[in-house]
Write a protein of this length. Structure first.
Length: 82
């Protein structure tokens, strides 16, 4: 093995690793955007539920969060509280 071959292999490893990290980052962007939108939906739904507090005073926090998750996941389309 020649003395110049060692630094060449290291250079290719660094280039390959950098390329892999960039591609992983790019592939994660749509997931991050979706999570951001879901969190906004959850926060807005929890605000809406807390505005209806007088009719939900006997609900626990976990029950309210469960309803918010259902709304944001599409299980409850138009929640109507009676």
């Amino acid at each position: 093995m020649s003395p110049n071959k060692g630094p060449s292999i290291i250079k290719y490893c660094v280039i390959t690793s950098t390329t892999a990290l960039v591609l992983i980052t790019i592939s994660m962007l749509p997931l991050a955007k979706k999570a951001y939108r879901w969190n906004i939906c959850f926060d807005n739904t929890m605000k809406w539920i807390n505005e209806k507090e007088e009719s939900l005073e006997d609900w626990t926090l976990s029950a309210k969060q469960s309803l918010a998750v259902g709304v944001c996941n599409g299980a409850v389309y138009e929640p109507s509280l009676k």
